[in-house]
Design a protein around this ligand. Structure first.
Ligand code: AKB
Length: 315
């Protein structure tokens, strides 16, 4: 029987993925962990434990005592915060992944999941339909850490047979948690402001196109990859993954269909340079071919779902 450890469970992805894992494996088989005790209230459906992923011994004891068989390692410093605290971002993003990969090797874990990002691409990468394999020269600490992390994942798979799987997420948009320091987070915040009847100050230019994905698709892609047979997972660095691409002007137009008096202003800040270094759109044909990836949500379907559900959601 599988025993699943989720690290960084209270973040944007973890808040929703942990519930899906509990639904799939049974609530008693899942342990959610996060740095802060205050996250406990999010996990009334499964066990919760405070865990600092940088505490190598604490993590090792938990894996050993609980006979963990799979780790979902979601803790990371994202792009915008990473540029403010570069050395901290590097240390947390890299050391924590290496701790997890070492434990996977030592305890012969069945599977490890680790998210990568479109941030592995850089200004010299082809911007339109960015291929799986191409030049990657990321110029953010977050992107550099994700690129290095991908190489480590492939290394542990090839040298030690660790079954580690990974996706290069586009910007993830969900309404069940608040944004956590990313460049694509404007596309989460904008819905909160629209529903609060406030004007939205956008920190990106109106024509800044980025690859994006609605959270239910992100959860589906993660579970599909993790449930795929081992031989189907041919890429052991990280898979390109896509659903939709849009600019701030386009998401604004999509919201206007429901909230016609919503106002936006554009005040690009340091995050514009980060967005400019990332692709406009992604070629994810390897994921579609290898393990049957297919997205469900486009921009308008996402807008409708968020505007219907966010007002009733309790944080
Ligand atoms: C960020 O904006 O930092 C993240 C990402 C694209 O990985 N959402």
């Amino acid at each position: 029987m599988e025993k699943i450890l989720v690290i960084g469970a209270a973040g944007q992805l973890g808040s929703e993925l942990t519930k899906s894992l509990a639904d799939q494996f049974g609530a008693e088989q899942v342990i959610a962990t996060d740095l802060n005790e205050s996250a406990r209230s999010k996990f009334d459906f499964c066990r919760f434990q405070v865990l600092d992923v940088m505490n190598k011994e604490g993590l090792r004891n938990l894996v050993k005592e609980e006979k963990i068989t799979q780790i979902y390692h979601l803790a990371a410093v994202l792009s915008a915060v990473g540029e403010k605290k570069p050395l901290f971002a590097w240390e947390l993003n890299m050391d924590s992944l290496l701790h997890v990969l070492e434990l996977a090797k030592e305890f012969n874990l069945n599977k490890v999941y680790w998210p990568s990002s479109i941030a592995v691409f850089g200004p010299n990468t082809p911007k339109i339909n960015t291929p799986q394999y191409c030049v990657k020269e990321p110029n953010t600490v977050y992107g550099i850490s994700k690129q290095a992390g991908e190489r480590w994942c492939e290394y542990y798979f090839q040298k030690y047979n660790v079954d580690v799987r990974s996706l290069r997420y586009p910007g993830l948009i969900g309404y069940k948690s608040l944004p956590g320091g990313g460049t694509t987070d404007y596309a989460v915040d904008i819905y909160h402001k629209a529903l609060a009847g406030e004007k939205f100050d956008c920190f990106l230019r109106e024509d800044s196109s980025l690859p994006m994905m609605y959270m239910p698709d992100a959860i589906k892609s993660t579970l599909d990859l993790m449930n795929a047979p081992r031989q189907a997972v041919k890429i052991r660095s990280s898979y390109n993954l896509a659903a939709m691409n849009f600019t701030p002007a386009e998401i604004y137009q999509s919201i206007l269909k429901y909230i016609p008096d919503f106002k936006i202003e554009y005040h690009p800040d340091f995050r514009q340079a980060i967005a400019d270094s990332w692709p406009d759109s992604i070629d994810d044909s390897c994921a579609r071919k290898d393990w049957g990836w297919k997205h469900d949500y486009d921009l308008d379907a996402m807008t409708q779902d968020i505007l219907e559900n966010l007002p009733n959601f309790k944080f």
